[in-house]
Design a binder for this molecule. Structure first.
Ligand code: HAM
Length: 425
């Protein structure tokens, strides 16, 4: 137990973390390009926030939350998704009083107590964006294009954007009645979750994975055919903006999403490089959520990308080589005096922005070279009694295999020149 990470969690080891940093850097660049600024909200929130926003008929709230009582007897939940906390922060800090829209992004761990499998963990990471205070369809298209841009920048292929509109409370009310009418006497054949949904949110019956329910809804009236004029017009505009941006998408009238807060546009991006968990990105509009959580009436929209799934696609497609920049120099040492000198030298080099290290575990000179080779240093030099006496140093370019003789005092200048002539001075 002690040496095993909890079920459904994964370590990101030093050999993998560089790829994560690379992707995160791309995310930050693209978010900035689109005018989004970072928001960081707590890992945990009051449980009620998720019940109210994500919805009490959802799998997330009913089965998957990591909920506990804190020492003050408050019910606390580790965030199962990023939107709710951002909405809470938007209201708490009166961001609605600032010029709208407010465009934010986040990279955050999320927690869901699901059955772990490839692409499904109990702790996973999301990159998400949220926009508040803009109801125009141009925003719906913008966030989809942002997600597509990120995937393109990572040379990811084989993605499909699935688009739908699930309307607003005005058109959904009558539509819910149509669902109920369609199901008629079959309500007793629905699964337990769908029986609950039947009363509280019948639309979500369309999302049920149970074979029995799937059979019952084959041929059910579709929300897209039942939108009110405003929602229909909005959806037409979203499509027009996406067409203008040259973004490929498919209409999928069965997408309803697994969270209750959506209105109008919903979308999912699916990859053919993932197994059963093929949705890498999901999002949509939530024009009633801010108000539902106690804020002023404010339209909102956003999406989240599962970063583990994104990394799985990168790994499967191998379209880009993410290669970690090697460290600059390793100073191998023989003897205590040499170690003191090397310690002094690496401080000087590091001050100038050159990554440098030396032996700290008392290895033989041969083992030091082996270690430096394995760590992938660009240069290796040795300091022993001889070098200390003469002041001459031999320095090896590990990639090219070529050696130069230099004076110890010119090591810094030599490296600045070799490494591209600049230091972080
Ligand atoms: P979601 O569809 O629940 O939406 O999750 C978004 C993405 O997170 C999924 O498409 C998937 O890639 C990833 N994901 C979800 N659960 C897991 C898991 N157990 N393991 C690994 N990855 C997972 C939301 O969370 C919404 N908050 C998205 C949103 C933001 N809508 C509007 N704004």
């Amino acid at each position: 137990m002690l040496t095993r990470a909890p079920k459904g969690t994964k370590d990101i080891l030093p050999s993998e973390s560089y790829s994560w940093q690379y992707v995160e850097e791309k995310i930050r660049q693209i978010a900035r390009l689109y005018g989004y600024r970072e928001i960081r909200t707590p890992i945990f929130e009051h449980t009620d926030l998720f019940v109210r926003s994500v919805g009490d008929t959802t799998d997330i709230v009913q089965k998957e939350m990591f909920t506990f009582e804190d020492k003050g007897k408050r019910s606390i939940t580790l965030k199962p998704e990023g939107t709710a906390g951002v909405v809470r922060a938007y209201i708490e800090h009166s961001l609605y009083a600032e010029p709208q829209p407010i465009k934010v992004y986040y990279i955050t761990p999320c927690f869901r107590h699901e059955r772990p499998q490839a692409g499904r963990q109990r702790q996973f990471n999301q990159f998400g964006v949220e926009v508040f205070g803009g109801k125009e369809a141009s925003l719906d298209a913008e966030i989809i294009s942002l997600a597509v841009k990120l995937f393109d920048s990572l040379a990811i292929k084989g993605l499909k954007v699935n688009l739908n509109s699930i309307g607003c409370p005005d058109c959904r009310g009558p539509y819910h009645e149509k669902i109920k009418e369609y199901l008629g006497d079959n309500i007793n054949s629905l699964c337990k979750s769908c029986s609950d949904r039947y009363e509280k949110n019948p639309l979500r019956i369309l999302d049920c994975k149970e074979e029995g329910c799937k059979a019952l809804i084959a041929g059910i009236p579709l929300i897209l055919d039942n939108l009110c004029d405003e929602c229909k017009d909005h959806f037409d505009q979203v499509k027009a903006f996406l067409d203008a941006k040259g973004i490929d998408y498919q209409i999928n009238p069965l997408i309803v999403r697994g969270l209750d807060y959506y209105t109008k546009t919903v979308f999912e991006i699916i990859s053919d490089s993932l197994g059963a968990q093929s949705t890498v990105c999901g999002g949509g509009r939530y024009d009633g959520l801010v108000e539902e959580c106690g804020g002023p009436k404010t339209p909102g929209i956003g999406f989240a990308i599962g970063l583990e799934r994104l990394m799985m696609i990168l790994e499967a497609q191998k379209a880009i080589d993410i290669i970690e920049e090697p460290m600059d120099i390793y100073i191998a040492t023989i003897g205590d005096m040499a170690r003191l000198k090397a310690s002094d030298l690496i401080s000087v080099l590091r001050k100038k922005g050159i990554s440098a290290d030396m032996d700290h575990v008392g290895r033989s000179i041969k083992a030091q070279f082996k270690y430096a080779g394995k760590q992938g240093y660009k240069f290796v030099c040795t300091i022993g009694e001889n070098e200390l006496t003469t002041g001459d140093l031999r320095i090896k370019n590990m990639k090219e295999g070529k050696e130069d003789s230099i004076r110890i005092e010119s090591l810094l200048d030599y490296l600045i020149k070799q490494l591209g002539g600049s230091s972080n001075d």
